[in-house]
Design a protein around this ligand. Structure first.
Ligand SMILES: [Zn+2]
Length: 293
């Protein structure tokens, strides 16, 4: 068994690795790379091959939990602000190590399955309640909610507030991964293919929670086209044609304005290959009205 200090250091090293990967624009992780993970010479799988919880032998607390898209238990966890996690029946050590994670407030990773054998990472997440009678743990999916404690004890308005404020943030990693995958890491407007310069933009920013994370409410856009779209300097018609704001079309300036914006006027979007991933025309129409106004 590692000392608590070493265990903590290893967790921090793992979080750094996840951070680095995401900074480079990587937003998803394959089962193989998570399973064959090394820190220096130490092999330390981040997930368990056979189960939805990873408890390294040498760790006193759980390292990660996961759901996969094709798991029959995928309703166990989702991206609500607080999620329930039933006690395991097969392996008692699983419950012991998750209880320990609650006691020492160990930071965990939650791997959310988005396609077969592909995950996005939420971290750090924490166990905030343990109910031995109902045999269920409560996990908070966002660090900022940790200090609310057990959500069962929260007044309804506070709980609703907590749920609402984190929902968008929690959906973001999966949304980004799905949009980037659908658009093959390409700006839909200018075709730029540098994933570190691309964003997953929302068409309707305040869409209800289902719509929010849906690829059809998204567009893969480079940073400049994302900002221009959000500011209504650039519009997209429901038939996928790019329009540039009239005043901007008349301006005279350097190459970014000329090639980066004005030349985009009249271009047709590069769309996802799969028809089901394409932007919803009604959402585009709603946003286009704002632009045209
Ligand atoms: Zn672009």
């Amino acid at each position: 068994m590692y000392s608590p200090e070493i265990e903590q250091d290893l967790r921090v090293a793992i979080f750094r690795w996840l951070d680095d990967r995401q900074l480079c624009g990587q937003c998803e992780f394959t089962r193989d790379e998570l399973f064959n993970f090394y820190i220096g010479d130490i092999r330390l799988p981040l997930i368990d091959r056979g189960r939805g919880i990873r408890n390294p032998v040498d760790f006193e607390s759980t390292l990660s939990i996961m759901t996969s898209v094709d798991s029959p238990y995928s309703d166990e966890l989702d991206t609500a602000a607080f999620v329930k996690y039933d006690y395991r029946t097969a392996e008692r050590s699983d419950n012991t190590k998750l209880k320990k994670a609650f006691q020492v407030q160990a930071p965990l990773i939650y791997f959310e399955g988005i396609r077969t054998s592909v995950y996005v990472a939420h971290y750090p997440v924490y166990v905030v309640a343990d109910d031995p009678i109902k045999r269920v743990f409560t996990i908070t999916m966002d660090e900022s909610l940790r200090f609310f404690g057990d959500p069962a004890t929260l007044p309804p308005d506070q709980r609703a507030y907590a749920e609402r404020t984190v929902k968008a943030r929690l959906h973001q990693p999966a949304f980004r991964a799905k949009v980037m995958h659908a658009y093959a890491n390409t700006c839909a407007i200018c075709s730029l293919k540098h994933v570190e310069l691309l964003d997953a933009a929302h068409i309707i920013p305040d869409a209800d929670q289902d719509g929010f994370a849906n690829v059809t409410n998204g567009l893969s856009l480079c940073k400049i086209h994302h900002a221009a779209y959000d500011r209504n300097l650039l519009g997209i018609t429901p038939t996928y044609v790019v329009r540039i704001n009239n005043a901007l079309l008349d301006e005279v300036d350097g190459p970014m304005l000329r090639y980066g914006l004005q030349d985009m006027h009249g271009r047709t979007l590069t769309l996802p290959r799969r028809r089901v991933d394409r932007p919803a025309p009604d959402a585009l129409a709603r946003r286009y009205e704002e632009f045209a106004a």
